[in-house]
Write a protein that binds this ligand. Structure first.
Ligand code: ASP
Length: 420
C-alpha cells in the first residue's frame, strides 16, 4: 500500500477525477453537444484499454490466487463465503426495490407516450438458469476468452489454479512463479491505464451529459426518482450495514478507498470495463489479499449485480403499475426470484439490465406491444440509471471482498484511508 499524504492536492487522482467529471459535464452541454465529436474518441480509447486488460487480468489473478490458496478445503470455504455474500446482498437489493415501488408507486400516472421509444441494443442473454449453467462450460477456452465469456474463463482459470496447487513441488513452484510474475506485469499495465482515468472520465461524462434527452426525464420523472431512491438506500444504508455488521469495517473508510472504481463505474456504465480498476484498488487501497479478491471480484463483476437486481424488480413492478395490473403476492415473489436470476445472467456492459428485463416480465406473463413501448421509453432515460446501478454493482463486489477478507483474518483491510 502506498499512502502518500505529502502529494499536493492537484496531483491526487480522485481530486483530478472529480474535476474531470465537472469539466466533462460542462463541456458535454456546450453548444448542445457540439464539442463531443472532438473528445468522444478519448473515452472510447479509455474503455477499450480497460477492456483490453480484462482477459489477462482475470486469468492471471484467478490462477495465481487459487493456486496460492492450496488445498480443496480452503477453496471450498472461500467459495461458499463468496456465494453466500452474493445471495445475501442481491436478495436485500431486490427487497429494497420491492419496497420502494410499493411505497412510491411511480407507475400510477407515468406518461409513457411522451417518452420517445428507442430500439433496444442487441445483447445475447441466456434464456434460462440451466442455459446459464451450460454456457459456463466452454467448448474451447481460447474462443471463450476471445468472445469475452467471462464465466467460462473464470471456471477454466479456477480449475487450472486448483490443479497447479496439487502438482508436485517442482512443477508447482515453476508454474506459480510464472503466473505470479505475469500477474504483476498485468497489474503494472493496469496502473498505467489508471493514470489516464481523469481524461477517460472527462470524455465519458461529456458524452453522457451531451446525449441526454431532458423531455423524457420529465415524463418518467417519478420512475427515475424511485429507482434512484432504491439504489441510494442500498448503497448508503444496506451495504454499509453489511460492512459494519459482517466485516467490522468503517463504511466511510471503505467509500473513500473505493472512489476511483466508483467513478469509473459511474462514467463507463460497465462493471466489466471497471474490473481492472476495481481489482487494483481493492488490493492496493482496501488492502485485500489477491487470494480473496481474485475469487470475489471477477465473478462478482459478472454475477453479483445488486443495482441491476434492484432495478429488475422495481422496473417490472413499475410496468405492472403503469398497466394497472395488481400483482398477487405469489407473482411479486416470482418477480423477486427472477430478478435475482436476471441480474446473474445480465452481461456487465451498458444497458444489459434493461435488455434482460424481458426475462422477468415473461415470468409474470407481462408481454405485448404496450410492454414493448414502456421498455422502449425506459431505454430513452436509461443511461443515468445505468451509471448509478453499475456503481452499486461494483461497490457491492468490493464490500464482499472486504468482508470475506476480514473473515479470513486479514486485519489490514480498510484499516485506513489510502490516498494517491
Ligand atoms: N451496466 C451494468 C453493469 O455493467 C449492468 C446493467 O445494465 O444493469 O454492471
Amino acid at each position: 500500500m502506498h499512502n502518500n499524504p505529502a502529494l499536493p492536492w492537484y496531483r491526487k487522482l480522485h481530486i483530478q477525477v472529480f474535476i474531470a467529471m465537472l469539466l466533462g459535464a460542462f463541456v458535454g452541454k456546450l453548444g448542445d453537444g457540439a464539442v463531443l465529436p472532438y473528445i468522444d474518441w478519448i473515452g472510447t480509447i479509455f474503455v477499450r484499454l480497460l477492456r483490453m486488460m480484462i482477459v489477462p487480468l482475470v486469468f492471471a489473478s484467478i490462477v495465481s490466487g487459487v493456486a496460492s490458496v492450496g488445498g480443496g478445503r480452503t477453496l471450498g470455504r472461500l467459495f461458499s463465503k463468496t456465494l453466500g455474500y452474493y445471495v445475501l446482498s442481491s436478495t436485500l437489493a431486490v427487497l429494497v426495490g420491492l419496497v420502494v415501488v410499493n411505497v412510491l408507486k411511480p407507475g400510477l400516472g407515468a406518461d409513457f407516450g411522451a417518452a420517445a421509444s428507442q430500439t433496444l441494443p442487441e445483447l445475447s442473454t441466456p434464456s434460462s438458469p440451466l442455459d446459464l449453467l451450460i454456457d459456463m462450460v466452454p467448448l474451447n477456452v481460447v474462443s471463450a476468452a476471445a468472445n469475452g465469456d467471462m464465466l467460462s474463463l473464470i471456471l477454466f482459470s479456477i480449475l487450472l489454479g486448483a490443479s497447479i496447487a496439487v502438482l508436485p513441488e517442482k512443477p508447482r513452484s515453476t508454474l506459480m512463479g510464472v503466473v505470479d510474475a505475469f500477474f504483476q506485469a498485468v497489474m503494472k499495465m493496469t496502473s498505467w491505464i489508471i493514470m489516464i482515468l481523469p481524461l477517460g472520465v472527462f470524455s465519458l461524462i461529456a458524452r453522457a451529459v451531451g446525449t441526454l434527452g431532458f423531455e423524457e426525464f420529465k415524463a418518467l420523472g417519478m420512475y427515475m426518482v424511485t429507482i434512484a431512491t432504491g439504489l441510494t438506500l442500498h448503497l448508503f444504508l444496506v451495504l454499509p450495514l453489511l460492512l459494519m455488521l459482517l466485516g467490522k469495517i468503517k463504511p466511510s473508510i471503505h467509500f473513500r478507498n473505493m472512489l476511483d472504481p466508483l467513478i469509473t463505474a459511474f462514467s463507463s456504465s460497465s462493471s466489466a470495463a471497471t474490473l481492472p480498476v476495481t481489482m487494483r484498488t481493492v488490493e492496493e487501497k482496501v488492502g485485500v489479499s489477491n487470494k480473496v479478491s481474485s475469487f470475489v471480484l471477477p465473478m462478482g463483476a459478472t454475477v453479483n449485480m445488486d443495482g441491476t437486481a434492484l432495478y429488475e424488480c422495481a422496473g417490472v413492478l413499475f410496468i405492472a403499475q403503469g398497466l394497472g395490473i395488481e400483482l398477487t403476492l405469489l407473482q411479486q415473489g416470482t418477480v423477486v426470484l427472477t430478478a435475482i436470476l436476471a441480474s446473474i445472467g445480465a452481461a456487465a456492459v451498458p444497458s444489459a439490465g434493461l435488455v434482460i428485463i424481458f426475462l422477468v416480465l415473461e415470468s409474470v406473463n407481462l408481454r405485448g406491444p404496450q410492454v414493448d413501448l414502456m421498455v422502449g421509453a425506459m431505454l430513452a432515460i436509461d443511461r443515468p440509471l445505468d451509471m448509478y446501478r453499475t456503481s452499486v454493482n461494483v461497490f457491492s463486489d468490493s464490500c464482499g471482498a472486504a468482508i470475506i477478507a476480514r473473515s479470513e483474518g486479514e486485519t489490514n483491510v480498510d484499516a485506513e484511508v489510502v490516498s494517491g
